[in-house]
Design a protein around this ligand. Structure first.
Ligand code: PHE
Length: 437
């Protein structure tokens, strides 16, 4: 029998009963926006790499930005201690290439692999170098920039592919204090306001791990916080002298305690990143039991949208020179550069309602992906506007409103009608729904 395969960046994957990727999403994996010169995501990535390079005179952070997006569920979930029944593993939320591979849902998918690589190269170095002890005991870290994939809603801030940057920093446990003092954090001016959390030493909801002393855990958390506060100031400080940030409690299976960092943006707190003290078991599982460390993960689109005033996440994928030509990595951060929207073409919405068959395992994300497949980037926003359960038949009917708008041209009504018609046809075909009206 001939097996059907899909190809992702030169690697082939056999299609099976679990496969839920679509051509439209696989095509995006080839773009590599964060490696494209002068792309805003590349500019933000570079500014972050530059910050971490400046923090350390010893170059402890190595950067990776071309790791393959296909990873195993073991990499993406198990190695990070994500429970077997965690909702993020569901086919409604994650793109499965097949039963053995997923498209990574976060840059954390590479933590375990990179820890193993670092631990083996460190050991290798220490056995050949003269200064055995020093090399082995050095602290080390890495930055990973990655396109990540999630089945999600359709609106101006969600897209099935986005970009994350992961940072990991490890310290040799035995001389923790001396290593932490090595870093000189750049001062944040008084005009900016940073609100920290109260000490979490006794917090049940966000505990210090049994494997750590309170003193060590707090020292590592302090280093994490000072590193990231400095980063946020480095990124936003020149455009907002009165920048406000605050730490709140987070919750991730792979860190404890966990923290999120928020900034004040247009009068609201906006989450920038998740972080925390790495679960010691992850270090032990991957050859780094002599170390203690922190990790963070941040979304590059979110930062670029705030930094440059980019109003719609679809713009990052635009090949329109009116978008791309505005960005240049040589443009000085101090110039407080903002994106100038070149047009806002009129939007036009269409509703579709249908009965879901009794036996169907319906999930709204299936509908969102269908709209992406059929309408591509012309769909700006999809909203569920009505759900109705028939008192007699027990069947459920849903009504979705699709808002159509092109980023670079005027859409004529006939064009939108045609797309809407295809959405309806595909809906009936794929999910056997009964269309209404
Ligand atoms: N992977 C997490 C996310 O995608 C972010 C994170 C990374 C949190 C590392 C803690 C440590 O939301």
């Amino acid at each position: 029998i001939e097996t059907v395969t899909t190809t992702v960046l030169g690697r082939k994957f056999a299609v099976d009963s679990v496969t839920n990727t679509s051509e439209s999403v696989l095509r995006l994996s080839e773009r590599g926006l964060h490696r494209q010169q002068d792309h805003p995501l590349n500019i933000v990535k570079q500014r972050i790499q530059e910050y971490f390079a400046r923090l350390n005179t010893t170059h402890v952070y190595t950067s990776h930005d071309a790791l393959h997006p296909a990873v195993t569920p073991a990499d993406n979930f198990d190695s990070l201690l994500i429970p077997k029944r965690h909702p993020s593993r569901a086919k409604t939320d994650t793109y499965y290439l097949n039963s053995e591979y997923v498209l990574r849902t976060h840059s954390s998918a590479h933590q375990a692999q990179l820890l193993r690589e670092h631990s083996t190269t460190k050991l290798l170095k220490s056995s050949v170098a003269n200064n055995v002890a020093k090399t082995h005991k050095d602290s080390f870290g890495f930055l990973v920039t990655a396109d990540v994939y999630r089945r999600d809603e359709v609106d101006v801030s969600h897209y099935p592919v986005f970009h994350q940057m992961e940072g990991v920093r490890l310290f040799y446990r035995k001389n923790l204090l001396s290593q932490i003092n090595m870093d000189a954090f750049p001062p944040i001016p008084k005009s900016a306001k940073v609100t920290d959390l109260p000490s979490l030493t006794n917090a049940k909801s966000n505990p210090i791990q049994d494997a750590h002393s309170a003193a060590d855990s707090e020292l590592v958390a302090l280093h994490l916080k000072r590193s990231l506060e400095g980063l946020v100031w480095h990124l936003f400080g020149t455009s907002d002298k009165n920048l406000q940030m605050r730490w709140i409690e987070g919750s991730f299976p792979f860190t404890s305690p966990s923290y999120e960092l928020e900034v004040m943006y247009n009068g609201k707190w906006l989450e920038l990143l998740g972080s925390g003290v790495m679960q010691q078991q992850i270090l032990t599982d991957n050859g780094c039991s002599d170390y203690i460390g922190w990790a963070f993960g941040l979304g590059l689109e979110r930062i670029a949208m705030v930094l440059f005033d980019i109003p719609d996440i679809r713009l990052f994928w635009s090949t329109d020179p009116r978008f791309l030509n505005q960005f240049s990595s040589s443009s000085d951060l101090a110039k407080n550069f903002k994106f100038q929207p070149y047009s806002k073409y009129p939007a036009c919405y269409k509703d579709v309602s249908f009965w879901i068959p009794q036996e169907a395992q319906w999930h709204d994300n299936d509908f969102f992906q269908l709209v992406r497949d059929v309408a591509g980037d012309l769909a700006e926003d999809v909203a569920l506007i009505d759900t109705f359960k028939h008192p007699k038949t027990g069947l459920t009917s849903k009504c979705f409103r699709i808002n159509y708008r092109s980023m670079d041209k005027n859409l004529v009504n006939e064009e939108v009608d045609l797309i809407q018609d295809n959405v309806r046809k595909e809906l009936a075909h794929r999910f056997k729904v009964e269309l209404r009206g």
